[in-house]
Design a binder for this molecule. Structure first.
Ligand SMILES: [Zn+2]
Ligand SMILES: [Zn+2]
Length: 417
């Protein structure tokens, strides 16, 4: 513990009761004990080496600092739960946050609760200390006193050991539990306020007029200036709720093809999507450009990712009735169909079986004989022959079969003559 002047906000001589600069009664606070080196690393690592307010990291030139969420002056501790990573500029500007919310009142109340509780606890600790001192004194007297004093002293010791000290111990236990709850509550409230401020700043800087008036209308906000609209929006609604509404507004405006791309591009995360909008000033044009390039990227990678061979591509083109189209057209069609790789491979398998069956039905006994002779596959069954034609000879449709049979009969005529 160290002495601290709440008015000068500075450390003061620990033996005086009043500030030697302004005369204000000094308060006690947990000393700004240097955090152990390992603690800095722990906090940085937990926070991903990023400022928890603006997201800046060392990579973009930010100087990282450790911040006490509940300030030491307000009774906050040096425990890891009360520490967070902030960049130097956020840490210094933390005090004059733009957006004051109703949370401030709650936070002040909690801070006062915390302070008075800390006072009660420190008084109890003093009392505990003096009672344990008293106990050891009594014990010492007991070993040196005469017989008729003994009875009283034993009574005192018994009372101290069995009543007074255990009562204080259990009080302290309860108070410490209460302290933890208040600290946790206060910490969360301060973080919530910090979050609301972050959201306010971000929206204030980036939101465009049409999104702003949409939000004003949607949430029936009876305010006119940008800052007032955003203040009451953020005051009364959770970030998630606001993000969901913005997401729906933009998402529902897109046609079906683009919606699928949104899911792909933003990894199915509404938050990612809205953050993209925020970073691009809510521009619909920018969004469409982004999704178009996502589509191009997808198309370029799709056939490569699927690792389809020539035969599979032909089959898929036939399946989608795109027989004479390029691979790009096929890729677009697959993207729009939203089939997964597994679904596509299943389609290929069952489509192959279906085509084999059709082929088989087109081949008469006589045809089969001619084909087997032509390819010198005398021992093949009908099933094997059809598979051979399909897999090795690219004969997949009934027209391919009739072409083949024509060819064979030409060939046979020619070789006989
Ligand atoms: Zn002072
Ligand atoms: Zn920052």
């Amino acid at each position: 513990m160290e002495k601290y002047c709440p008015k000068c906000r500075q450390k003061r001589n620990s033996r005086s009761k009043f500030c030697d600069m302004c005369g204000t009664p000094l308060e006690e606070r947990e000393g700004r004990i240097k955090l152990p080196k390992g603690m800095y690393d722990k906090v940085y690592r937990r926070d991903g080496y990023r400022c928890q307010m603006c997201g800046a990291s060392k990579n973009n030139g930010a100087e990282l600092t450790i911040d006490h969420i509940i300030p030491l002056a307000a009774g906050g501790s040096n425990s890891i739960n009360n520490l967070q990573t902030l960049c130097r500029s956020c840490n210094e500007n933390k005090a004059d946050l733009i957006f004051k919310s109703g949370l401030d009142v709650d936070i002040e109340i909690k801070k006062n609760e915390l302070k008075s509780l800390l006072k009660v606890i420190s008084e109890k600790r003093e009392k505990f200390k003096s009672l344990t001192n008293l106990l050891s004194e009594e014990k010492e007297i007991l070993s040196n006193c005469n017989e008729d004093e003994k009875i009283d002293i034993i009574f005192n010791i018994k009372q101290l050991e069995e009543e007074f000290i255990p009562t204080i111990e259990s009080d302290l236990k309860k108070l410490n539990k209460e302290l933890q709850l208040i600290e946790e509550d206060l910490r969360l409230k301060i973080l919530e306020k910090q979050e609301k401020n972050r959201l306010f700043k971000i929206l204030y800087i980036n939101i465009d007029d049409s999104t702003l008036s949409f939000l004003k209308k949607h949430f029936s906000i009876d305010k006119d200036s940008k800052s007032d609209i955003l203040k009451s929006l953020i005051e009364e609604h959770e970030e998630k709720e606001i993000y969901d509404i913005i997401f729906n507004e933009f998402y529902n405006d897109l046609n079906k093809k683009y919606r699928y791309l949104v899911i792909f591009r933003f990894e199915n995360s509404k938050k990612n999507f809205v953050n993209y909008l925020i970073n691009n000033n809510f521009s619909k044009d920018a969004l469409i450009n982004e999704l178009t390039s996502t589509r191009n990227h997808l198309r370029n990678n799709l056939l490569y990712d699927l690792d389809l061979n020539y035969k599979q591509k032909i089959l898929l083109k036939k399946y989608f009735s795109l027989e004479n189209c390029s691979d790009n057209v096929l890729a677009d069609r697959i993207i729009d169909s939203q089939y997964s790789k597994k679904e596509l491979l299943n389609i290929l398998d069952s489509y192959r079986l279906q085509l084999l069956k059709e082929l088989s039905s087109k081949i008469s006994k006589n045809d089969l004989q001619l084909i087997k002779e032509y390819y010198s596959i005398y021992s093949y069954s009908k099933k094997q022959t059809v598979e051979y034609l399909f897999d090795e000879k690219n004969i997949i449709s009934s027209s391919d079969i009739s072409n083949l049979l024509d060819h064979i009969s030409e060939y046979n005529k020619f070789s006989k003559s």
